[in-house]
Design a protein. Structure first.
Length: 192
């Protein structure tokens, strides 16, 4: 088993701004359009983790992770996961990570360059065994501990996650288990 960890786009912070639409954790975890390079490399059983983007006024944190259960075409994801289709939420933010319309064309809410579309619709990740920091207390603990945890995992210290592992990095089996165990520990500590 291997894994990958990446930092999402600048300003993306689900606990602070409620503005992360890919990956999606919860009942049907998935990674739909972001990080096509990672989606291409992962295999069933691997893990994918995400760190919040750099956001003024808050510490970045490890949001969560999921195990890869399947890699499917986006048109199949469109049929199987209708609640993950792109749409505008009541808050005016784009929700969902299925970036095609009913005809398989680029959805009008997907603002990425059209020339990247073909690459971004390959290898839709259906996840399992997702663990993410969601409650206010979980996020608070996660923000306070993530930088040290990343430093421990990679054997390197830094002032920001990008100083420790760059934009994205591969994880070995031991590192994957370490991050999953830490996320589960944060959730237990927050519930205590």
């Amino acid at each position: 088993m291997k894994g990958y960890i990446y930092i999402t786009s600048t300003g993306a912070d689900p606990a602070f701004k409620n503005n992360l639409n890919d990956p999606i954790f919860g009942d049907d975890p998935s990674l739909g359009a972001c990080m096509p390079n990672i989606r291409r490399f992962v295999e069933k059983g691997d893990y994918i983790f995400v760190v919040s983007g750099s956001t003024v006024g808050v510490q970045q944190y490890i949001i969560g992770g999921m195990q890869v259960a399947e890699k499917i075409p986006m048109i199949e994801a469109y049929k199987r996961f209708p609640k993950n289709r792109l749409r505008l939420g009541n808050d005016g933010l784009v929700k969902g990570n299925i970036i095609i319309d009913e005809f398989g064309k680029q959805h009008n809410l997907d603002t990425h360059a059209p020339e990247t579309f073909e690459n971004r619709v390959k290898n839709f990740i259906v996840g399992s065994n997702a663990v993410s920091l969601e409650s206010k207390r979980e996020v608070e603990i996660g923000r306070s501990q993530s930088l040290n945890k990343l430093g421990d995992v990679f054997g390197k210290r830094g002032n920001r996650p990008i100083d420790i592992f760059g934009r994205w990095s591969k994880l070995n089996d031991g590192q994957v288990k370490d991050v999953v165990g830490w996320l589960e520990g944060v959730k237990r500590a927050a519930a205590a």
